[in-house]
Design a binder for this molecule. Sequence first.
Ligand SMILES: C[S@@+](CC[C@H](N)C(=O)[O-])C[C@H]1O[C@@H](n2cnc3c(N)ncnc32)[C@H](O)[C@@H]1O
Length: 208
Amino acid sequence: MSATDRQAHWQNVYTSKGENEVSWFQDRPAISLEFIAAAKVRPDAAIIDIGGGASRLVDALLDDGYSNLAVLDLSEAALASSRARIGPRAEAVKWMAADVTTWQPSGQYDVWHDRAAFHFLTEETDRQAYVSRLKTALRDGGQAIIGTFALDGPERCSGLPVKRYDAAGLAAVLGPRFRLLANRVEEHRTPWDAPQLFQFSRFSFTRA
Ligand SMILES: C[S@@+](CC[C@H](N)C(=O)[O-])C[C@H]1O[C@@H](n2cnc3c(N)ncnc32)[C@H](O)[C@@H]1O
């Protein structure tokens, strides 16, 4: 899928479906919040949600007192929908409409979170581009939290093929500078109550 088609696909999803008409909707992203809390960063730590879409994670992080948040997504419509939901507090968040595989990070982050974006990268070149940006954007000692469909999770999401992982498979893609700290398989229930197995892994990063 070309970068243009990818962007058009996701823009169409977020302009044609309501928040809880998509399979990945969560009222409260509990495991993401738990893994971010386990990273034990300060409230002013820089946290970025990659492929954040219209997720309520950013609302919950603001509620928890985190003050240095960024959300990156291909879809402007997804970001606009989150901004509208959050209201004036959205001004404190950095919103970036970009493709993570071509994005040029300008800052450094203490925590990189991704739920269900990385698994759409089915081409090796895209995965390498993602990992390269992850290594540039994460500060030395920072943590990466990545949630994907598990090995026995669905083969497609939003009509697109995905690549499924366990912690070892994800660690192999990220490379030796990432050390696995925690891993959990979670059953997500879609808004229409279909089970989907995810895996979440938390890694620490050492620059050199
Ligand atoms: C399945 S949704 C998950 C959204 C959100 N993380 C959540 O848990 O609700 C996947 C998201 O990744 C975004 N996405 C997919 N490929 C991307 C890419 N290459 N760069 C940035 N965002 C991407 C999509 O626009 C979409 O919002």
